[in-house]
Design a protein around this ligand. Structure first.
Ligand code: FES
Ligand code: FES
Length: 152
């Protein structure tokens, strides 16, 4: 069977798993990287968000074949010193925490694309990332802080 290769959190990964294997399943079950959360499995909640070549993508909607040769980054690949994680800490964003890896990865994807988003652009970009604990305002404040629009 052909091997699939990609870069994960800066390291090369090579696997003989089925090309149709779901990326979120591979990360969690085969690699033990459980920071990426399984929510709806249908692309509707955002809890499984990772970066693929710098874009926020839902890993439940991707297969190994889809990320062949790509650079994938999960929450485990983001250091605590990263400005987005620091802003999350400063704003005490999480409640139960379940949705937060996906929120952080989606926020990083937004800021890579648009380093100074307006409140409206943040709302639009984060709209599909659900949080049953309702941490939306703190998420927005944290992103605004990184965007330099709130005092740090
Ligand atoms: S688990 Fe992927 S979007 Fe919900
Ligand atoms: S912090 Fe609990 S679901 Fe978002």
């Amino acid at each position: 069977m052909a091997m699939i290769k990609f870069t994960l959190n800066g390291k090369s990964v090579e696997t003989a798993s089925e090309p149709s294997t779901s990326l979120v399943w591979f990360l969690r079950e085969e690699l033990g990287l459980t920071g990426t959360k399984w929510g709806c499995g249908q692309g509707l909640c955002g809890s499984c968000t990772v970066l693929v070549d710098g874009r926020a993508e839902r890993s439940c909607q991707l297969t190994l074949e889809d990320v062949e040769s790509a650079k994938v980054v999960t929450i485990e690949g983001i250091p605590v010193s990263h400005p987005v994680k620091q802003a999350w800490l400063k704003e005490s964003v999480p409640e139960c925490g379940y949705c937060q890896p996906g929120q952080i990865m989606n926020a990083i994807g937004l800021l890579l694309k648009n380093p100074r988003p307006t409140e409206k652009e943040i709302n639009q970009a984060m709209d599909g990332n659900l949080c049953r604990c309702g941490t939306y305002n703190r998420i927005k404040r944290a992103i605004l802080q990184v965007a330099g629009k709130l005092p740090v």
